[in-house]
Design a protein around this ligand. Sequence first.
Ligand SMILES: NC(=O)c1ccno1
Length: 231
Amino acid sequence: MRLDIVTIFPEFFDILDISLLGKARRSGLIDLAVHDLRDYTHDRHRTVDDTPYGGGAGMVMKPEPWGEALDEVLPQDPAGQQPLVIFPSPAGDVFTQAMARELSTEAHLVFGCGRYEGIDQRVFEHTATRARVRLVSLGDYVLNGGEVAVMAMIEAIGRLVPGVVGNPESLVQESHENGLLEYPSYTKPASWRGLDVPPILLSGNHGAIAQWRHEQQVERTRRVRPDLLES
Ligand SMILES: NC(=O)c1ccno1
């Protein structure tokens, strides 16, 4: 999987050199490049924003730097499947585990990190003439920019790329994978500060353990996220 990130804070993504994603990059499972939007400006101040047409508070990201950055990142003649360009936005489709799994099968994802009051609308329109474009939201709240959202999405998507997580079994019983929240987990010691591990987990009866875990998932989901049981 190829990942490109366009941002005015490239150093924000230095953390992607460590942990599972860093290992996936070194093994070649994931090819990631971060691009500084200011490298596509041509004035002394490396300007990426300007005042909004129609007035209003704040600044809007100029289209020209975005156009030149995406000229470099997107294939000029997309022979194969067009890349998917994702712009984090509170106005986007809500990011879910199902979406993460869907996106983990993409060959090339490009993430465009907006800042200020947002990106000139024509960037989305022009990019859609040469790639698939999706606005995606982490949830109903506003961040100062897209970088935090892109970090979360890359983590959620990257870990689902085959080979990134050592034991794929560990991906199966996670929250939201089967529409339910995960069951509670325990490890040694069997008793800690007067709190004991549920005896069923020490029974060695794998069938009974699986049943108990499913019951825990349903109970936790009903208590915390009843909406998941409606879908
Ligand atoms: N809710 C979000 O994903 C978001 C992205 C940028 N600002 O907010």
